[in-house]
Design a protein around this ligand. Sequence first.
Ligand code: LMR
Length: 327
Amino acid sequence: MKLVRFVAAIAALALGSLVQAAPIVVKLSHVVADKTPKGQAALKFKEIAEKLLPGKVEVQVFPNSQLFGDGKEMEALLLGDVQIIAPSLSKFDRYTKKLQIFDLPFLFNDIKAVDRFQQSKEGKALLDSMKSKGIEGLGYWHNGMKQLSTDRDQLKVPADVKGLKFRIQPSDVLEAQFKAVGANPQKMAFSEVYQALQTGVVDGQENTWSNIYSQKFYEVQKTIAETNHGVIDYMVITNAKWWDSLPPDIRAGLHKAMDEATAYGNGLANEINERDRGLIEKAGKAKIQTLTKQDLAQWQKAMEPVWKKFEPDIGKDLIDAALRSNK
Ligand code: LMR
């Protein structure tokens, strides 16, 4: 009898340690390639999290809309089908109007200014702006400044895009931005852009060098104008309920991993975009059009009304805070 109890106790212990050994699976889904700033940060997060929490977590990274694309990933996060996503800041319209600030054309001088704003009191507060929707912001990941591309030879001033169809991210600000220059914006998932450009469903798009390169948009566009007229950055978000339910040591480890991966990815972003600009130039398929101050001033002037239109939703204080980050 004693022996039976002894064996049962050992079996229970063994089972217990087996149950304990099962790692928590953290799925991280995104829509771009591994070799982009977001792709690199995601892989770094996996590496650090699994090193800090050996056997306790397994991070599974799904790039290139493999698991969920635009339009699906938010719902999947709220349903608990994925634990971490990092959508572009232009994809939060339905959840908070405050993040529209990042889409205002010609607001930030460069990615350094974007970074200063994100790290300011006002920028950090935005990480909590979707708490009531069950979404928690864990940090900002950089990509870079946006460039404009079309399938036309001429792309220098606003008149060159009049009547052209542009793919945009699902953002009302970006819609207004293209309407302001007389173009026809069309909201579309990222994974569909290449084909839409190739088949002429749209004539152009706006994106960072790293996305234009890794998605091969430069192969199906004639001209890329170096406008730097806006930014594509990301908010890394998680399902607040899931996050709060994690054991404290796991949550702390994931936080640390996220902070380190963020510093790593953000430190690389500029370099990756510069590298990809060079690769596009070298490929010689699309012409890179540099713009003069006077050309840029025309775009800025044409897009100015967008600020006034969205100021009531975004708030003047927030816009002023963002402008302060340019100094
Ligand atoms: C896009 O949809 O154009 C980009 O925001 C995709 C991304 O995540 O960089």
